[in-house]
Design a protein around this ligand. Structure first.
Ligand SMILES: O=C(O)Cc1cc(O)ccc1O
Ligand SMILES: [Fe+2]
Length: 453
């Protein structure tokens, strides 16, 4: 069921739909009629175009928005590197070496950090590729508790897919305001400036930064025209602006380095906008889950919320997949995920509850796991034992649980922070999970040893 069972205050109002061409005015008449760039825009506003794809991208891919604002985004002093000496930054740097290792890795829950704001709250766990080449992605654990001051942040490197695990994010963006709670997600495309505050105390979660392309809805194929994440359930903010002539800083993530520039007015001065390049949020509780109603465990692609395709049809740079509460009814079937080795890399996190492939304390909310390319994994010994003996009645999995996966065709490197500094990587993952598995093989002829009688 949806997470948002109650309506929030007037402060947040949304337009509905994924990728829809929208328009929104905070002041009636602020959008020019019939053209984008009049000589004298309404109310003395400046016109600014924000491109999310190349000008010449085909129509079905083309993303852009036109902003009508008090001052253009260009009105700021020069950017200078941001001094992070007060904070041990864990952003990737050009020189940072990622550990490429075949071991399955699992992390205990990551800690909260009350002392840092959004900009200092990303801890790089791993990733692939390079923002300068516009290829790949990064995965961060988010832990922050301080509100940003008169500051706005944007990433020139990638789109941020934000998955809060705990807490509430109040996100003021150039295009309007979003309130995002645990069990909801939001996407802030690259370039869009925003400021994050935490009305309910410290937040913790996960972020996938996509260096290449944008997220889209997966094809539905034979499922038909509805199901999974339905188009109308994506929520887009409406225009909201402030007139504030005090000093502000714009902080920018550019090729994995943070820069800051000052300006003498609020960056949140967009009075009206139209276009299809905007931030959006989605309540994971609204996902319409599809599953097997006969036999066998389907591929997890049926749980894809958003996908960022590579140029190879059907192969994603990044799939965002969830494991929501659902009924299992398959007959004569081993119901948890099968043992497998995947050509893709699988990074998993847990927002709440339990995950049906794992028993015990190994995979807890705010923890994570990584099963890299061709690294063997699957149910732990306890889960295998229970699932292969279970009486197969209809069973509801995880009525309160929500696990997710960032799945990529790229090999995922692990940062030094992810492997060592955070001190959350479990030492005994293999021993706790699969080493205890027993052979149950019974040769039909009885007593076979090494294939010989
Ligand atoms: O490894 C995992 O737990 C993720 C996963 C879940 C599933 O239902 C099928 C395949 C798969 O990789
Ligand atoms: Fe898997």
């Amino acid at each position: 069921m949806p997470t948002s069972k109650f309506s929030v205050s007037e402060k947040y109002s949304y337009l509905n739909g994924f990728g829809t061409y929208n328009e929104s005015e905070a002041v009636h008449g602020a959008l020019p009629i019939g053209m984008n760039s009049p000589q004298k825009p309404p109310y003395g506003l400046y016109t600014e175009k924000l491109s999310g794809t190349a000008f010449t991208a085909p129509r079905h891919e083309n993303q852009q928005s036109w902003l009508y604002r008090i001052l253009p985004a260009a009105m700021h002093e020069a950017f200078e590197t941001l001094d992070l000496s007060d904070h041990q930054s864990t952003l990737p740097t050009g020189a940072m070496k990622m550990h490429q290792i075949p071991n399955q890795i699992r992390w205990n829950p990551f800690d909260f950090n009350h002392d840092v704001d959004w900009v200092r709250g990303f801890n790089l766990v791993g990733g692939a590729g390079d923002p300068a080449m516009k290829s790949g992605f990064a995965i961060y654990v988010l832990a922050a508790g301080r509100d940003m001051g008169r500051e706005a942040f944007y990433s020139a490197d990638g789109d941020f897919l934000i998955v809060p695990q705990h807490g509430v994010l109040d996100i003021q963006t150039e295009l309007g305001r979003l309130l995002v709670r645990a069990n909801e997600i939001c996407v802030i495309p690259r370039g869009i400036r925003y400021r994050v505050t935490f009305p309910d105390g410290p937040v913790r979660g996960y972020i996938c930064e996509l260096y290449q392309g944008h997220f889209q809805l997966p094809e539905l194929g034979p499922i038909g025209s509805n199901g999974l994440a339905n188009t109308r359930d994506f929520q887009v903010p409406t225009a909201f602006f402030e007139e504030d002539e005090s000093s502000w800083n714009v902080i920018c993530k550019f090729n994995n380095t943070l820069f800051s520039a000052s300006q003498d007015h609020s960056p949140f001065d967009v009075v009206a906008w139209h276009g299809n390049y905007y931030p959006y949020k989605y309540d994971l509780g609204r996902f319409c889950t599809i599953g097997s109603v006969s036999y066998d465990h389907p591929d997890p692609s049926i749980f894809t919320v958003l996908t960022a395709p590579s140029e190879h049809l059907g192969t994603a740079i990044m799939d965002f997949v969830i494991f929501p509460p659902r009924w299992l009814v398959q007959e004569d079937t081993f119901r948890p995920p099968w043992y497998h080795r995947n050509v893709m890399s699988e990074f998993m996190g847990l927002i709440s509850g339990d995950y049906d492939a794992k028993t015990g304390d190994g995979f807890r909310p705010a923890g994570a796991s990584l099963h890299n390319i061709m690294s063997a994994h699957g149910p732990d010994a306890g889960t295998h034992q229970a699932a292969s003996q279970a009486k197969l009645e209809p069973q509801k999995v995880g009525s309160q649980s929500m696990a997710f996966m960032f799945e990529s065709c790229l090999m995922m490197g692990v940062s030094e922070w992810g492997l060592k500094t955070c001190q959350k990587a479990q030492r005994d993952y293999q021993k706790a999970s699969w080493v205890p598995l027993k052979s149950h093989f019974k040769h039909p002829d009885g007593g076979a040893v090494n294939g010989k009688q």
